[in-house]
Design a protein around this ligand. Structure first.
Ligand code: SAH
Length: 360
């Protein structure tokens, strides 16, 4: 059975499905989902992420983690947690770089929150020496200070789309066309309870017909992490593409073989993501008593962590060809026309902690 067949059956049984249900099934259905069944990364796959572009990305984040740990007073034990670790590349590069701070490595246990069995196998191979522990969610993480990394994780979490209709916000749903097998978008009849999660300013002022998005799963993870920061200390670093201030607009997109794809025609066979609303995540973290630092553009963040010096160091030990590849990768990660400004970094800490490196 395909994801499309599964969704058609559900629609026949339950009626039209919310965008969140569609996204969750398409990406992480236990047997059929896009992530559950494959390794989508790299030139031969569907998309490329920052850690797959260059080892420098994970290395700088590993050093960031070690410096943050020192700033926390060097707690032992400390959990190094990654949400949605993909192929395990970022964590492998981070651990290698942070070996330069042996006391940090000695205090660290590695925890991976991953929904995909296929990607867990990749991570196990890649991170063999680090003896990681896997988790389905945040509940089973140890009660310890934690440094949590999430690169392109929040964009994969299911969103709800709401359309303004007079005084109400109605939920966008996916249905099956009456005379065909094709999927079509519709609107749920009544007012959606999710409207309560919208930025109050947007909720009141958005024009009729405007589409706004909320990510209940992302907000709930942000609140849980903020609670953990308050109880045990630590820091969270989230990097993703999205907007710093909540705004209206449809950002749901499917990507296949490095190109935009038709969402309704490629369910389960293409990556499906939405822009991350850092404004909304920041409000959730603040309401839970912690703070959000940033957002800072990925370009500025990596430059403040010294990516250019790291690139030059790699070039000195490289052939001309390798050097050109390193400089090219560096430009791709930081240039404003590439990943430098669309991608943004935020850090979450306890309210009394100083801004972590890159956020001063
Ligand atoms: N951080 C990696 C991978 C990003 S892709 C990188 O930068 O290359 C998104 C990752 O999140 C994948 O590992 C995917 O399997 C995982 N994922 C998606 N939804 C998830 C969920 N609900 N719970 C746990 N992991 C999830």
């Amino acid at each position: 059975m395909s994801v499309a067949d599964h969704l058609r059956r559900r629609i026949h049984a339950e009626g039209p499905l919310s965008v969140a249900d569609v996204m969750a099934a398409a990406l992480v259905h236990p047997e059929l989902g896009y992530y559950t069944t494959r390794d989508p990364f790299g030139a031969a796959g569907d998309f490329v992420t920052a850690p797959e572009i260059s080892q420098m990305f994970g290395e700088l984040i590993g050093l960031w983690a070690a410096v943050v740990w020192q700033g926390m007073g060097a707690p032992d034990p400390v959990a190094l947690v990654e949400l949605g670790p993909g192929r395990g590349t970022l964590m492998a590069d981070a651990l290698r770089a942070s070996a330069g701070v042996p006391a940090f490595r000695a205090a660290t246990s590695v925890h991976l929150v991953e929904a995909s069995p296929a990607l867990r196998r990749h991570q196990a191979t890649r991170l063999q020496g680090a003896r990681p522990r896997w988790h389905d969610g945040l509940d089973s993480l140890p009660d310890q200070p934690a440094i949590v990394i999430a690169n392109e994780f929040f964009d994969a979490l299911p969103i709800v789309q709401l359309v303004r209709d007079g005084r109400n916000w109605r939920e966008r749903r996916m249905a099956v066309a009456a005379d065909a097998e094709e999927f079509v978008w519709t609107l749920a009849p009544g007012a959606s309870p999710h409207a309560g999660l919208l930025d109050p300013r947007l909720r009141e002022r958005a024009p009729d017909g405007a589409l706004a998005e909320v990510c209940p799963a992302g907000l709930s993870i942000a609140r849980t992490l903020a609670d953990r920061l308050n109880r045990f200390g630590g820091a969270v670093l989230a990097i993703d593409y999205g907007h710093g201030v909540s705004a209206v607009g449809d950002t749901l997109q499917a990507v296949r073989r490095h190109r935009p794809a038709d969402i309704l025609a490629t369910l389960g066979d293409a990556d499906l993501t939405a822009h991350v609303d850092f404004g909304a995540l920041g409000r959730a973290v603040t309401e839970a008593g912690a703070v959000q630092h940033g957002p800072v553009g990925q370009g500025d963040f990596l430059q403040r962590l010294g990516i250019e010096a790291r690139a030059e160091a790699l070039c000195r030990a490289a052939t001309t060809e390798q050097g050109a590849a390193v400089r090219g990768a560096c430009a791709r990660l930081i240039h404003p026309d590439e990943m430098g400004t669309l991608f943004k970094a935020v850090a979450w800490t306890r309210a009394d902690a100083p801004p972590p490196p890159g956020f001063e």
